[in-house]
Design a binder for this molecule. Structure first.
Ligand SMILES: [Zn+2]
Ligand SMILES: [Zn+2]
Length: 348
């Protein structure tokens, strides 16, 4: 059986290839890809900026599809024809290893044996993907394959929000409304009654933020952010700031915008070498907390649940769909930072 894939042979080099699909192991399933999100991580993989990537690699980690083969020892109730979304992050549980220190503590995102489909293992910029059966989640009947391709990034947002406590009376500031910032906004608006201020330079993304329900929408290229935040918060600052860009200056802005007792979530993926200066006296006296968030341990079911309850939809965030063979065009479109480019889905 053959598989058409986009193979990243090394940074900045993509080969469209037809390769043999290896025989699946007893505990694995073979999934026919329906949709796979093109994510910032894929752009970092293309640029060679993911330290733990293994080239040659077929990327693609945000995907949904249909099961077409099931290994003989697959235990969970999965069968051929099932529609599934995949959690790409594998730990000792999925790799059938003795549990490591972190897996024992149910902090499997720090697993010492961690692998990720589409980052260290071949992923879903391909017609078919081999996955351990333990990372497949059946898609509820009322959720489309397209929406289900957002399970993974939504689950990442849920994990980030789980890492801190948000109260309904909080004012939240989201910096950056790319697909992840917009998903974060969608989750907060669907599950809390917080007032949300967003900052985003791209016009179409500000319009999407407005449709999703952002209360105050700022353009950092033309608005004076600090005075507006002060006037929206009685000069106190925001209770929660979520950085969804991955730059030093926006991380600094997130921390700088906080009220006493405020919490900053650093959610954007920064360059491994970027740093910021911290006013540590202010951290101490204002009880400022800074949170990180890595991947999506234990939040995938909840992400599918939110999609099936129909209280949020990621579909308007999709701006383009491309077949695998046009993946380089999709990557350059994202890198061009033009208006009207939001989430891009790749389908075989
Ligand atoms: Zn991603
Ligand atoms: Zn482990």
């Amino acid at each position: 059986m053959l598989n058409n894939v986009a193979l990243f042979t090394e940074p900045k080099s993509i080969n469209l290839q037809t390769i043999d699909i290896p025989k699946i192991k007893e505990s694995e399933i073979l999934v026919k890809t329906a949709y796979c999100g093109l994510c910032g991580t894929d752009i970092h993989l293309y640029d060679g900026k993911v330290p733990f990537a293994n080239y040659p690699l077929v990327p693609g980690h945000e995907f949904s599809g249909e099961i077409i083969k099931v290994g003989s020892k697959v235990k969970n109730d999965l069968k051929i024809g099932d529609r599934v979304a995949i959690n790409p992050n594998l730990s000792c549980y999925d790799l059938q290893k003795k549990l490591c220190y972190y897996c024992e503590k149910n902090r499997k995102h720090f697993c010492v044996a961690w692998e990720a489909i589409g980052v260290t293992l071949n992923g879903a910029f391909a017609e078919y993907v081999i996955c351990p059966s333990t990372v497949a989640y059946k898609i509820p009947d009322n959720v489309s394959l397209k929406a289900a391709a957002f399970m993974e990034p939504l689950a990442c947002c849920l994990h980030g929000l789980n890492n801190m406590t948000i109260m309904d009376s909080d004012v939240v500031f989201i910096i950056g409304c790319g697909p992840i910032g917009l998903l974060m906004l969608s989750v907060i608006k669907a599950t809390t009654s917080c007032k949300v201020i967003v900052s985003e330079p791209v016009n179409s993304r500000r319009n999407l933020a407005r449709k999703i329900g952002a209360d105050v929408i700022l353009n950092p290229l033309s608005d004076e952010i600090v005075p507006i935040i002060n006037s929206e918060t009685c000069d106190k600052g925001v209770d929660v700031a979520i950085e969804c860009v991955g730059l030093s200056n926006t991380a600094k802005q997130a921390i700088g915008s906080l009220n006493k007792g405020g919490k900053a979530l650093i959610f954007g993926v920064a360059d491994p070498l970027s740093t910021i200066d911290l006013d540590i006296h202010r951290l101490y006296s204002n009880e400022i907390s800074i949170f990180g968030s890595f991947t999506n341990p234990n939040t995938n079911m909840r992400a599918l649940d939110l999609l099936s309850k129909d209280i949020l939809t990621p579909i308007p965030i999709i701006s383009h769909e491309f077949p695998i063979k046009r993946i380089e065009e999709a990557i350059s479109l994202i890198k061009s930072h033009v208006d009207n480019v939001n989430k891009i889905l790749i389908n075989p």
